[in-house]
Every structure is written in structure tokens, then in C-alpha cells.
Design a protein around this ligand. Structure first.
Ligand code: ARG
Length: 361
């Protein structure tokens, strides 16, 4: 409880200072919040505090290269919803609002805070993600989704055994049995991957969804824990082209692409992986652009991050960062991020990993 007072005060001072409030206003709010904690064991943020807290949490996200836009986050306050059905409808609304016909809006939906015995959890890692199946004939779909896909099947969802099956939303309120819901197909924007020069690329039948909406992290603002607070930005091309479709423990497409390119893959030194990787990443950026869906290449993203660092310096704030995550997986040394160190200290507000509510194997 002592901790709660400290964290609340620290957050309120930061928040009210940055929002340009008077000394009197912050002192009064701190007293009010202290009384609330005394009476109930917890306190509630007003919308202004929630909005600032969610944005500051993004600003403090050490793994994120897209933080220049932290102040443009749309914060949807969904704390009043307490049934699975209503939460599902809010998630659908989030997907629609964030997708915005392809002009993606950075958005977070915040559901009710965790208090003893009351916790909302979204079981999905991202609201939109492809299923993964372990079958006799090998893995189908996204290997990273296998455990969650099994959990969905256990809950009664029908497996489809396709390579790109959108998983259902799984919502749990308190200790109730989790409920699953399908996402209306027309709300899920997907981009078919083609290449600006290689016509054969479409024959690979690759696609990816438009909006990455992380839904399994908690949001900690001033000692208040929001265990369900899905948020999204837009993709950086390499997330799809150098990881999701390329990693050998994901869609593992490099050998196939190298084959189509007639590259000899008998020795690593032909750099067939690197050449295939470049064409796959070219295709991802080209396809999203052509489909009118927001995406950023890693060079532009690094420049934007540089601008973020400059702005933070001007505001007299330190930028923390996790170097191994900030450097892009393609041509890292061509970006300034590669050539300097970052302190990986954890500032709050922030987003945190939580233990998975289902069996991970
Ligand atoms: N790397 C994750 C993926 O490929 C998404 C993480 C969040 N990315 C973002 N651009 N906001 O699905």
C-alpha cells in the first residue's frame, strides 16, 4: 500500500507538470487520490491522467523505434465495460478505428484496472494474428501461434488448417471461463504481397494483416495496473519482411524465394539469404504502399527516432532504449541507432509483459 501512494504521487507530479497545471492543482489532486487509496485500497485516473499515462508509457517503451509519434496516440477509455460481449464489441471498434481504411491511427483501448480478484485479460498476443497448427505433415501457419491456437481449439474454436487463418478474440473477465468471438472478416485488412519487378512473387501466395495490435501486455500508470490495454501503431516493413515471413521458426520463406531467384544456396557465402531477404522486404513495402496501408521502412523509422531523441533532449528528458530491439534486422549499421549505446533503464508509466493465461507448452 505504501508503494501505491509513492507511485501515485510520482505519476501525478509528472503528469500535472507536463500538462502545465499549477502547483495548487497537483497538491489538491494528490490529497484526493491519497484519500481514495486510504478508503478503497486503490484509486481511479480521470481521463486526462489516463490519456497522458498511456502516451508516456509509449514514450518510455525501450524496444520501440516508432516513439516520435507518442503524443499522437488515440486513447479510448473503455474502463466501464465489464462483460465479455461488451469488451468484444470495443475490440472490434478498436480494429475499425485504428485501421481507418488503411491510414492507420495509433490507438489504445484501456479496459478496467486490475484490483484484487478482478482482472480483465485478452488471451491473444495481438488482436489480429494467424493461427499455427502442428500436424502429422508438419507445421501449418504461424509457428509462433501454436500454443494459443491450441488454447482456442480447447475452448471450442474450429481449426481451419490454412496458412493464414485469423484467430478468434479470446476474452476473460475475472476467473470466468474465457469467451471467444470471431472478428468480422471485412474488418480485417490484409495485404497480398507482390514484388515491383518479379512477377512470380504473387505465386508465393503471401500476405500479412495491416495492423499489429499488441494485446497481451499490461499498462502500468502510477501504480494502477491495466491488464487489458491493447495498443497499435503501424508496421515497420522489416517486422514482416525480415522476421514474420523470414525467420526459420516463422514462415521461413527465404529458401523458397532464393529458389525462384535461381540463387545457389549450396554455400552461405553466395549471400543467397541476404539477397532473398532484400527482395522480400522490397515486396512488403511495395505491397503495403500499393494497397494504401500505412507502413514505414527502417531507414525512415530510424530518422524519425533520431528526431524523437532530439525532441526529448530539448524537453530535458533522457531517452532510454533497448539497443538489440531498436536496431533494424536489415542493414542495421546503415542507421545511426547502431552506432551509439542506449540505457535500458525502465521508466514508468510503461507497458509490461504478463504471464500467459494459457498453457505455453
Ligand atoms: N513485431 C510484431 C509483429 O511483427 C509487432 C510489434 C509491434 N509493432 C509495431 N510496429 N507497432 O507482428
Amino acid at each position: 500500500m505504501e508503494k501505491m501512494f509513492q507511485e501515485a504521487e510520482k505519476f501525478l507530479r509528472l503528469c500535472y507538470d507536463e500538462l502545465g497545471k499549477t502547483e495548487g492543482e497537483v497538491e489538491q489532486r494528490i490529497q484526493e487520490v491519497f484519500r481514495e487509496i486510504d478508503d478503497n485500497g486503490f484509486y481511479e485516473h480521470n481521463y486526462e491522467e489516463l490519456k497522458f499515462g498511456a502516451k508516456a508509457a509509449w514514450r518510455n517503451s525501450n524496444r520501440c523505434i516508432g516513439r516520435l509519434f507518442w503524443d499522437q496516440l488515440h486513447v479510448l477509455d473503455k474502463r466501464h465495460l465489464n462483460t465479455e460481449k461488451a469488451i468484444y464489441q470495443a475490440l472490434i471498434e478498436h480494429i475499425d478505428f485504428a485501421t481507418n481504411g488503411g491510414k492507420i491511427r495509433p490507438t489504445i483501448s484501456v479496459f478496467s484496472q486490475s484490483i484484487s480478484g478482478e482482472t480483465v485479460r485478452i488471451w491473444n498476443h495481438q488482436l489480429i494474428r494467424y493461427a499455427g497448427y502442428e500436424t502429422e505433415g508438419g507445421i501449418i501457419g504461424d509457428p509462433d501461434s501454436i500454443a494459443f491456437t491450441n488454447a482456442c481449439i480447447d475452448l471450442g474454436w474450429e481449426p481451419k488448417y490454412g496458412h493464414f487463418d485469423v484467430l478468434p478474440l479470446v476474452i476473460q473477465v475475472n476467473d470466468h471461463e474465457p469467451q471467444w468471438f470471431n472478428i468480422p472478416e471485412d474488418l480485417v485488412y490484409e495485404v497480398s504481397i507482390s514484388h515491383p519487378e518479379y512477377e512470380w512473387f504473387t505465386a508465393l501466395n503471401l500476405k500479412w494483416y495491416a495492423v499489429p495490435i499488441i494485446s497481451d501486455m499490461s499498462l502500468d500508470i502510477g501504480g494502477v495496473l491495466y491488464s487489458a490495454a491493447p495498443f497499435n501503431g503501424w508496421y515497420m516493413g522489416t517486422e514482416i519482411g525480415a522476421r514474420n515471413l523470414a525467420d526459420d521458426n516463422r514462415y521461413n520463406m527465404l529458401p523458397t524465394i532464393a529458389d525462384y531467384m535461381n540463387l545457389s544456396n549450396d554455400r552461405p557465402s553466395t549471400l543467397w539469404k541476404d539477397r532473398a531477404l532484400i527482395e522480400l522486404n522490397t515486396a512488403v513495402l511495395h505491397s503495403f504502399k500499393q494497397a494504401g496501408v500505412s507502413i514505414v521502412d527502417h531507414h525512415t523509422a530510424a530518422q524519425q527516432f533520431k528526431k524523437f531523441e532530439e525532441r526529448e533532449a530539448k524537453a530535458d528528458r533522457d531517452v532510454t532504449g533497448k539497443w538489440s530491439w531498436l536496431i533494424p534486422p536489415v542493414s542495421p549499421a546503415t542507421t545511426h541507432v547502431f552506432h551509439k549505446p542506449y540505457s535500458n533503464a525502465t521508466e514508468k508509466p510503461n507497458y509490461f509483459y504478463q504471464t500467459k493465461p494459457y498453457q505455453e507448452e
